[in-house]
Ligand binder design. Structure first.
Ligand code: C2E
Ligand code: MG
Ligand code: MG
Length: 539
């Protein structure tokens, strides 16, 4: 054990827990400590318990050792701790000052983590609660204290950060989170919903109402624009989900206003992106790839999801996550969405001509379904293209459905009545409770791949497995069709199959592909099945 008198400034303890730390990690830490002139000691966890006050700890958490987990949890509640561990163990360490994912460790990631840890010990940073635990902790706090305010922070990465290297993107996110944690009111609890969405509760309405979080407009080195809802007092709401939705709606509204649909004009850089998008639409630079979906029990291809791509003349293929939000903000998503729908319906005909019958799924954004005429427009297109309503599926996220619920839910109800399939995409990542499922006009749910892909490494009794099983069970009881996306290996497929999910989609079977490849693939699958007289399943 190290005594506090031994050193005049805080000491960093770098600890292995079951096995000694890997050498590469020790080398990185050593380099970092030399750079920041930090004292450090390396050893095993047991040897350093109890950790003296004023120290901070870097610890490598073992994957499957409940006793060690208890030790580490105990330490992280007492001293600033950077925990390096397996991604699925994140939820076990809500008190960690900094969490690093072992599977994505680089010197760069570690450097950021260490800088954050330093800031924590200086008392400048509030902890950031991970998605898996924030709701639970917030609810606990709210139970005893309703005189508290909630604020949603949503951020949009500048094109320079969004389109550039993964490293710059990561650094931008870290830097944003740092600002958030450093500037939030002192009593704030901060939860991270998504990479770009955060939620805050605090008593300090005044501080939350001030301009407390800076963006690109304040400092050009910040590669983000932050949108903040006004603080809402929680005692006016029965349910945390409802208060959140109020905030989401407000933020979406201000984003729309900023996009020029409703008021303020875009700044110079944004208008560059908009011009690029308009040019791309005119120049037919967008195209669709299709990712097949299979029936889990037979292995037959039963559907395909249309996924938008942008073939940029200078930058090459740009994935949709990079530009969909820009298109939404610029008011161009309706045009883009209606182009994608027409293209998908005409693809259905191409496939049908080859004797292939698939249900075609299209992703739909909030501004599309918030258009009061949306249902009529979709039904008119089905008529124009002579595609049966049952061959079309619309995928929406919970946020998209709920933001302007009176209009969007009406649209979805009309479409569902007409026979169009409506699927809740990225299920499990939204805001509302599972009980809201029965109120939504949907025909199915699509489990987010954040839940599905890790299943391949879990044991039967792991918490995450129970969560997925419960979600599937509930959906089945509500007679909703279930799809799992993100199946990346045989293990995962077997688990999903055993849990009774109806449909699967993922790289293990097929990546998104061109229409020609889709036709080829559908013909091969049919041939395999015929050869084996219908007894063959693809796994
Ligand atoms: P999404 O609807 O959840 O689409 C699934 C995404 O997961 C796709 O990424 C797909 O390529 C990816 N994926 C599928 N299986 C696997 C797997 O096994 N492993 C991994 N790692 N990934 C897998 P993509 O094509 O980059 O699309 C991202 C998102 O962009 C979509 O998420 C959807 O929200 C949005 N998007 C795509 N096309 C459109 C569109 O036409 N309109 C709108 N509004 N949004 C779209
Ligand atoms: Mg989708
Ligand atoms: Mg999805």
């Amino acid at each position: 054990m190290i005594s506090t008198q031994e050193e005049s400034k805080p000491v960093l303890l770098v600890l292995g827990s079951e096995r000694a730390l890997p050498e590469f990690l020790v080398d990185w830490v050593q380099q970092e400590c030399e750079r920041s002139q930090q004292n450090f000691r390396i050893g095993m966890l047991d040897a350093f318990i109890p950790i003296p006050d004023g120290h901070m700890v870097v610890v490598l958490a073992p994957h499957d050792n409940p006793t060690m987990r208890d030790h580490i949890q105990d330490i992280s509640t007492h001293v600033p701790t950077l925990i390096i561990g397996h991604p699925e163990d994140r939820a076990f360490y809500p008190e960690a000052s900094v969490w690093l994912d072992l599977t994505h460790m680089t010197p760069h990631v570690l450097r950021h983590g260490m800088a954050e840890l330093q800031a924590c010990i200086a008392g400048h940073l509030r902890p950031l609660l991970p998605r898996q635990t924030w709701m639970l902790q917030f609810r606990n706090r709210i139970k005893t204290d309703k005189q508290i305010y909630l604020q949603l922070v949503s951020c949009r990465w500048r094109p320079a950060a969004a389109g550039d290297s993964a490293e710059l993107r990561f650094a931008t996110q870290q830097s944003f989170e740092h600002q958030l944690r450093a500037n939030a009111p002192e009593d704030a609890m901060i939860g991270k919903l998504l990479d770009d969405q955060f939620v805050i509760i605090s008593h300090n309405e005044k501080a939350l109402s001030a301009h407390w979080l800076h963006s690109f407009a304040d400092n050009m080195s910040f590669l983000w624009t932050a949108f903040l809802s006004s603080p809402v007092k929680l005692d006016g709401y029965d349910d945390l989900g409802e208060a959140l939705q109020y905030c989401v709606r407000e933020i979406e509204h201000s984003r729309m206003m900023q996009s020029g649909l409703g008021g303020r004009s875009l700044n110079h850089n944004d208008s560059g992106v908009v011009q690029d998008l308009v040019r791309a639409l005119r120049g037919k630079e967008f195209y669709l790839d299709f990712q097949p979906q299979f029936d889990t029990s037979t292995g037959i291809m039963v559907g395909a999801e249309a996924l938008l791509r942008w073939l940029h003349p200078n930058l090459g293929i740009i994935p949709p996550t990079t530009f969909i939000r820009d298109a939404e903000m610029a008011g161009l998503i309706r045009t883009l969405g209606s182009w994608a729908l027409r293209e998908t319906l005409s693809t259905w005909h191409k496939l049908n001509d080859q004797g292939i019958s698939l249900r075609m799924a299209v992703n739909v954004s909030f501004p599309e379904v918030a258009d009061p005429d949306y249902a009529d427009k979709v039904l008119a297109l089905l008529e124009e293209f002579q595609v049966p309503a049952g061959c079309l599926e619309l995928e929406l996220t919970e946020t998209a459905m709920m933001l302007d619920a009176s209009v969007s839910l009406r649209n979805l109800r009309l479409l569902k009545q007409a026979g169009v399939h409506i699927v809740l995409d990225d299920f499990g990542t939204g805001f509302s409770s599972l009980s809201h499922l029965s109120d939504l006009p949907i025909t199915g749910i699509k489990l987010d791949r954040a839940f599905v892909t890790p299943l391949s490494q879990l044991e039967d009794n792991s918490k995450q497995m129970h969560i997925v099983a419960t979600m599937l069970d509930l959906a089945q009881r509500l007679e909703l069709e279930t799809t799992a996306e993100g199946i990346e290996d045989q293990n995962c497929l077997e688990v999903i199959h055993a849990l009774g999910c109806d449909r699967i989609q993922g790289y293990f079977y097929a990546q998104p592909m061109s229409v020609d490849k889709l036709i080829e693939r559908a013909c091969v699958s049919e041939a395999v099945l015929c050869d084996y007289s219908g007894q063959q399943s693809l796994f």
